[in-house]
Design a protein around this ligand. Structure first.
Ligand code: IVH
Length: 547
């Protein structure tokens, strides 16, 4: 990027960051996540490193910390409120365990917990009655939010026993409740915004929940964290059920990987896993750093959002003809991998999100889900950004793209469209379908190019001579493919139906159709030859037409 362009971009980025910081730190309301603010700041840092003479004293890169508001009464905590040290890789996690083992010379067991993405709140119960609720604040002093915390339905106003306790945990906003709100980037911001409301009725309407993980009970010594969790439950306080005791960190890696994969199935957001030394005696031996205990650590999942430039929009044709607009992005690292494409779903979505080519966009990648463009940052739009109009024709066969009135999806209805055919071949041999091992996208493309593949039935008449004509094919590879094709002939009826790739016939529907037909066969209501007529003599294309 030349200096003039960089200067313009730096100017825009500073303005955007200023605006987002104000929203977040002062108004307590943010339409973008921390990951997005970080990504913008990272881009600014890069540009300023490239042109250091463009750095100004008021650049957001030149300051740490931020403005704070003071709506609520400040109250001193009875005990110091600790934070957690973060790690971002398994290596750092293992190094943490090593340090602990060295320091304690003991066999340590750990409690692994979900790192709930909400805000930390401390409650005081006196003689079993809820008397005060405080935010963590700076760890010494918090804000009094008793009026909103009292509205949270799963927090008891009275415990099962008349005891004096100080308990802490996480206030969260479940994903479904978050979806009903507008103006917040993520459930954590929304939870924080709801707790820090002056009007308790507003907080009450939001559907907040709380899970507890820390307990201090006057005159009672609890020897380990597992017992603390048990005691919390016995007092009637909700504890997140997904905690687990592990004898070593190695044992807990499975837990970690499992939740990293399954986090999207949870009804609330988590942003990592917390590991805590179970024994309180060992915890005390290990002690604390300035702000964090040595006996606990948070493994943070990689950020799932970032910003980048949308360079172009292309149309992808699926096996049923669906024309999906896909954003070509300036490559960016999101959640540990490089993303250069993201789905834009359909024409309406592009319009609704007001996406222009050249825009700075927020992209999100959640688990195994295809990355998507969440929204644009309109203030960062360059003057030469281009509005997008959905093409009238299929980019592959040039036939018309048609969008029925009551549908959102444009389609290419040409059954002979090479784009559709390619996708249906890939589907036909894929894992859930015929599972023809060693026959991936690349080989399918080579077979099409060589003119060996016109419809799915052609897979079964491929010869070794044909395969040996493909680039980089030797005897062994060709034989392997032929063997897998042979093997795939024993596929179940359900998988075969699914492999045909008929629109609306997914794995489940295919199973039901197969069951239905098998019963008819068993009852001799249809003959095997009729079945053969239906499936063998009709190509998947004609089935598409039936649909
Ligand atoms: S324990 C001394 N356990 O993460 C330990 N914190 O990044 C104090 N958090 O301020 C915290 N889930 O708001 C703990 N299972 C969990 C947690 C958890 C989420 C939050 C908490 C804390 C922050 C530190």
């Amino acid at each position: 990027m030349n200096k003039e362009k960089a200067k313009q971009r730096i100017f825009q980025l500073r303005k955007e960051i200023l605006k987002r910081n104000y929203e977040y730190f002062v108004l307590n309301k943010s339409e973008v996540s921390e990951a997005v603010r970080d990504a913008l700041k990272k881009e600014l840092i890069c540009l300023e490193e490239l042109y250091p003479d463009l750095i100004t004293v008021d650049s957001p890169t030149q300051r740490v910390g931020s403005a704070l508001s003071s709506k609520f009464a400040k109250v001193k905590h009875k005990r110091r409120k600790w934070s957690l040290a973060d790690v971002f890789s398994y290596e750092e996690l293992i190094a943490w365990e090593e340090r602990i083992r060295r320091a304690t010379k003991e066999n340590i067991s750990f409690v692994s917990e979900l790192k709930l993405d909400g805000l930390n709140i401390t409650l005081w119960y006196e003689k079993g009655s809820l008397v005060k609720a405080l935010t963590r604040g700076d760890g010494f002093e918090g804000e009094d939010v008793t009026h909103t915390i009292r509205t949270i339905k799963n927090i008891p106003l009275r415990l099962f026993e008349d005891v004096d306790v100080e308990v802490s945990g996480e206030v969260i906003l479940p994903k479904t409740a978050f979806k009903k709100l507008e103006g917040f980037a993520n459930p954590r911001n929304a939870a924080a915004g709801s707790v820090r409301q002056l009007d308790p009725a507003v907080a009450a309407s939001r559907g907040l929940e709380m899970y507890f993980y820390t307990l201090h009970e006057d005159d009672v010594y609890i020897s380990n964290h597992m017992n603390a969790l048990k005691r919390l439950k016995a007092l009637g306080l909700p504890v997140n059920p997904h905690y687990k005791l592990h004898n070593s960190l190695k044992d807990s890696l499975y837990y970690l990987k499992n939740w990293e994969k399954k986090r999207n199935n949870l009804p609330y957001e988590i942003d990592g896993i917390v590991f805590k030394v179970n024994s309180v005696e060992e915890q005390e031996k290990l002690g604390y750093r300035a702000k964090t205990p040595r006996w606990a650590v948070a493994y943070k999942f990689p950020a799932e959002q970032s910003t980048t430039i949308l360079q172009d929009i292309i149309i992808q044709i699926g096996r049923t003809g669906a024309a999906t607009p896909v954003a070509k992005l300036k490559p960016v690292k999101v959640a540990g991998s490089i993303v250069s494409r993201a789905t834009l779903h359909n024409a309406d979505e592009i319009k609704r999100k007001d996406i222009h080519i050249g825009d700075t966009v927020i992209i999100q990648k959640a688990g195994d889900i295809i990355p998507e463009v969440l929204k644009v940052l309109p203030d960062l739009r360059p003057p030469n950004a281009k509005a997008y109009s959905f093409p009238l024709n299929c980019p592959i066969c040039k036939g018309p793209l048609i969008c029925p009135k009551d549908e959102a999806i444009h389609r290419c209805n040409n059954l002979q469209c090479p784009g559709r055919k390619r996708e249906s071949f890939i589907h036909f041999v894929s894992k859930g379908a015929l599972n023809i091992d060693s026959l991936g996208e690349k080989v399918v493309d080579q077979l099409i190019e060589s003119g060996f593949l016109f419809d799915c039935a052609d897979f079964f008449t491929l010869t070794k001579e044909q395969l040996l004509l493909l680039p980089l094919f030797k005897e062994k590879r060709a034989q392997k493919i032929l063997d897998s094709i042979q093997e795939s002939k024993r596929v179940s009826l359900a998988r075969f139906i699914f492999a045909l790739g008929v629109r609306h016939i997914g794995e489940q529907a295919a199973k039901e159709i197969a069951n239905f037909l098998s019963k008819k066969l068993d009852a001799k209501e249809i003959s095997p030859n009729t079945l053969k007529d239906i499936f063998i003599n009709s190509t998947y294309n004609s089935l598409n037409e039936i649909e």
